[in-house]
Design a protein. Sequence first.
Length: 94
Amino acid sequence: MDNNTPLTEAIYYILLAVRKPNYGYGIIQDVSDMTKERVVLGPGTLYGAINSMLSKKWICLYSEEKDSRKKKEYVITEAGFGADLGAEKFLDIK
């Protein structure tokens, strides 16, 4: 990850939420929980950020259900992990 690239708050929390494989609604819930409901992601913000991070290879598709919902799980990549380092020191994350 380019250390000079500023992260938006949404992208920062999404990266934290995909330290383990996670899907869209799960990411929204995790971000809300991490921030004690201070940050609530809407679908447009979430999927816009996901598409941006996919193109930068900060996250990757982990799995995709082939049923009618086509639920996709994402996970942080090595390139995206740099923004996550030390986050637990500053946030109340369990």
